[in-house]
Design a protein around this ligand. Structure first.
Ligand code: AMP
Length: 447
């Protein structure tokens, strides 16, 4: 073996680094529920040689669009309407996205990784990312089938990723788009959407533990149902989608500042507040709801909030707007304090002392009152050093940009999917008991 006794010229190091740095480009598809979304995402400055020190990277979202099926006639998502909307819109979105693929320099050597789009040479994606689960099976399969077609046609791999993992790591996409890193693992995530409510501890890309989960309804679902009972008919009618939770927030604080006072150390079960109208919404897991024995359980429950709101509004069909607004605020306060109660139980655990970031992700995370309440409560509990990391509103609800980012992180970790993968309706991110993201069949690791 020939051993060099001379230091390697610096220019060679730089050249070799440049040579090994490249971009990763993916086209991503999200169809897990009623949103059809397509994204093209590119991460630049990726280090191909793991022996080299990490380089600054930047991620660019070249294209991102979504179409949501109109389910207003059903008061919630209708599976057949959702599938028909995917079938109508997905190909059109994919076609439109191609014009946003980065331009390829037209040297002969580049033809292998390029495609012609309307007469222009553009970079071919390195792989297709698609949501594989969890979600509505037939909706998921629409996206997967299209993804497979693109992968076969372009002769590139496919990556079928977990939708909940994507929600949890979306803040890492946001940072990367700003040219910075983070949040680094470990972090806590409050995953709050229309179909899920969970508190997750994330220690790595595929290393997640669910610390608390809802035993009945998701928080987004209960807010949607309460909104239908609370909102005046004309407000409901003016809504453009079935995201009634969003309307509830707008209605509750129309032009008024927040006046939230955190409860300090008061137990969640002691926070029932009787209003001057005579009604109160008791927190879940207190003696008034008959489930006081669960006050320390690492579990969520929202159904009682829904039934209490229904009872209050039924008893007073002529309720005026001021009372309805107060009811909207109290509904959110009780639901969000319940969310935080399990977060603080977990943060009090010695195991979680190193935690400095709480990610709040999923559709309900776009609620500004929730973010305000959480910040105020962390500060009141002398946890001001804990950062709240919430994606911008358009990345909180279901979207293909977060799927694309998950594809890129999984790709860098060496993961690819086999071409025969199919939709997975229930797919937990929890890696305990040999479960989790990697426990399903269909993964290949190339590293
Ligand atoms: P996702 O399931 O992640 O797509 O999120 C959809 C859920 O988020 C629905 O239940 C929406 O009503 C809810 N949502 C969206 N925006 C808000 C908001 N500003 N406040 C409360 N809930 C919201």
């Amino acid at each position: 073996m020939r051993v060099s006794h001379y230091p390697r010229p610096r220019i060679l190091n730089i050249l070799s680094t440049c040579y090994r740095r490249r971009t990763i480009l993916t086209l991503a598809i999200e169809t897990s529920c009623d949103d059809t979304s397509v994204a093209i995402l590119e991460k630049d400055g990726v280090n191909e040689d793991h022996r080299l020190p990490p380089q600054p990277t930047r991620t660019k979202l070249h294209y991102h669009q979504k179409v949501t099926s109109d389910n207003r006639a059903y008061g919630g998502v209708h599976p057949i309407v959702a599938v028909e909307s995917h079938q109508q819109n997905l190909s059109t979105l994919v076609k439109a996205s191609l014009a946003s693929l980065p331009i390829r320099n037209s040297s002969i050597a580049d033809f292998t990784n390029a495609i012609f789009v309307e007469g222009e040479l553009r970079k071919k994606p390195d792989f297709i990312t698609v949501t594989r689960g969890p979600g509505m099976r037939s909706s998921l399969q629409c996206g997967i089938d299209t993804a497979k077609g693109l992968a076969v046609g372009w002769q590139i791999p496919i990556l079928g990723v977990n939708h909940m993992q994507a929600h949890a790591i979306t803040p890492r996409l946001v940072s990367s788009m700003a040219g910075v890193r983070g949040p680094d693992f470990p972090f806590m995530t409050l995953l709050v959407s229309g179909g899920n409510t969970m508190l997750v501890r994330s220690a790595g890309l595929c290393d997640h533990r669910i610390l608390a989960e809802t035993s009945d309804m998701a928080v987004g679902d209960v807010l949607d149902k309460c909104a239908r009972d609370i909102l005046p008919a004309e407000v409901l009618k003016a809504g453009s989608s079935v995201m009634y939770g969003r309307l509830l927030e707008q209605f509750a604080f129309e032009n008024e500042p927040y006046n939230y006072i955190p409860p300090g150390d008061k137990k969640e079960s002691d926070r029932t507040r009787r209003t001057h109208y005579g009604w109160a919404i008791p927190p879940p897991f207190c003696s008034e709801t008959g489930s006081g024995e669960k006050r320390n359980a690492m579990e969520y429950s929202f159904s009682n909030i829904g039934s209490t709101v229904k009872r209050i509004t039924k008893a007073k069909p002529e309720m005026d707007v001021a009372e309805r607004r107060l009811l909207a605020r109290e509904t959110m306060r009780i639901a969000f304090e319940h969310l935080f109660s399990r977060l603080f139980m977990a943060l009090g655990d010695a195991m979680q002392q190193e935690m400095s970031t709480v990610v709040v992700s999923g559709g309900v995370a776009s609620n500004m009152y929730l973010r305000h309440m959480l910040r105020a409560t962390l500060d009141a509990r002398k946890l001001g050093y804990i950062q709240i990391s919430s994606p911008p509103v358009e990345l909180c609800t279901d979207n293909a940009a977060m799927i694309a980012w998950t594809g890129i992180e999984m790709w860098e970790a060496g993961w690819r999917s086999k071409l025969d993968v199919t939709a997975i309706k229930k797919w937990s991110v929890d890696s305990g008991n040999q479960g989790g993201i990697l426990a399903v069949e269909g993964w290949i690791n190339v590293l």
